[in-house]
Design a protein around this ligand. Structure first.
Ligand code: ATP
Ligand code: MG
Length: 330
């Protein structure tokens, strides 16, 4: 059962191709994550799928409705929580929901019961009579999620649901999202540039970079691609030459450098640490630390794109992986 299907979906703004021939399918009931750095095209994709902007070319269907030919069908099927907060802070929590219900033409009886239902879902029943300007960031986000659920959409879009929230609040929001998905079976498309978030929530992750799909799989499979382990060295000296030299070794899958930090992906790292340290010393490096760990989604991103997800669009790429293409941002 397919909830969303896109085919070569493309959006150009003048010369910039923000979303470039993106094709994917989302299953019903899935939590599907869009992961990518700033400017990757996540919001633009969501904006096309939610019919806010028209694609330049390509197609997409949500719940069988075409995003261009049947926008009303699409709109009835979706709830959207925007990246930019969109609550009226001079109204109470409940009033914000009532306003939204009016816009959707909900009748009074249904309105009341739906509001009670969505408030319970995000555990804001007790706070609903307070003005939104007294809400914490996490409460506002939950209220926005509640609002997105008012008309019982089959699909919920969450664009950067925890942007700017502290770690603890972020984890709470993750719990609500998971609960919502498991209790109602709603399909969720979320965008994020937090790797842990994509990892914690998504059944599958689509990694976007410069408007293109660079990888699409389950978090576990994405990490498996990197083989066994990561050795991370922090060192002073010529880390670039050191990484370039190691890159030649058949047992190294990729070597990426960010200033003092060198990340190597390889199998059975514990059997190779000594050789890596020797090579570092022979290369004239002064080692500050060495650690072995399992790959994270950040490593996956580096592997495919040659840069970390934290480097904003326009930054100089400071590293490259063996299979990952070297990106020219110019
Ligand atoms: N209305 C617009 N006009 C021109 N360019 C735009 C417009 N909207 C987005 N862009 C550009 O398209 C690219 C993709 O932007 P988008 O907002 O989709 O990225 P994003 O992945 O959501 O990034 P972020 O993590 O910062 O939210 C960026 O280079 C952005 O500057
Ligand atoms: Mg965005």
């Amino acid at each position: 059962m397919i909830a969303v299907r896109t085919e070569k979906l493309t959006k150009r703004f003048k010369k910039l191709t923000a979303v470039n021939a993106v094709s994917f399918e989302v299953n019903k009931g899935e939590i599907f994550g869009f992961l990518g750095p700033n400017g990757a095209g996540k919001t633009t994709t969501i904006n096309m799928l939610s019919t806010l902007i028209a694609p330049t070319s390509g197609h997409a269907e949500l719940e069988g409705y075409d995003i261009v030919k049947n926008r009303n069908g699409v709109r009835r099927s979706i709830g959207v929580v925007f990246q930019e907060p969109a609550l009226d802070s001079r109204l109470t929590g409940r009033e914000n929901l009532e306003f939204h219900a009016h816009m959707y033409g909900m009748r009074s009886g249904e309105r009341k019961s739906r509001i009670a239902e969505v408030l319970a879902l995000v555990e804001l029943e007790d706070k609903a009579s307070l003005m939104v300007n007294t809400f914490s960031g996490g409460m506002k986000r939950r209220l926005e999620i509640a609002r997105g659920l008012m008309h019982r959409p089959a699909i919920l879009f969450l664009d950067e649901p925890t942007l700017g929230l502290d770690t603890q609040t972020r984890r709470h929001i993750w719990d609500y999202v998971k609960k919502l998905n498991s209790e109602t079976g709603i399909t969720i498309l979320l965008t994020t540039h937090y790797m842990e978030e994509a990892d914690a929530l998504s059944n599958r992750i689509l990694i976007l970079d410069h408007g293109r799909i660079v990888a699409l799989d389950t978090p576990a499979q994405l990490k498996n691609v990197l083989g066994g382990d990561v050795i991370e060295l922090s060192a002073t000296g010529d880390t670039t030459s050191f990484a370039a030299k190691l890159q030649q070794e058949p047992w190294i899958q990729s070597a990426a450098v960010q200033e003092e930090l060198v990340r190597l992906t390889l199998e059975k790292a514990e059997t190779k640490v000594a050789a890596v340290v020797e090579a570092a010393v022979a290369g004239g490096l002064t080692l500050l630390s060495v650690n072995i760990r399992k790959p994270s989604l950040d490593d996956v991103f580096i592997h495919y794109t040659g840069k970390t997800i934290r480097e904003e669009n326009g930054d100089k790429p400071a590293s490259r992986g063996k299979r990952g293409g070297h990106h020219d941002h110019g």
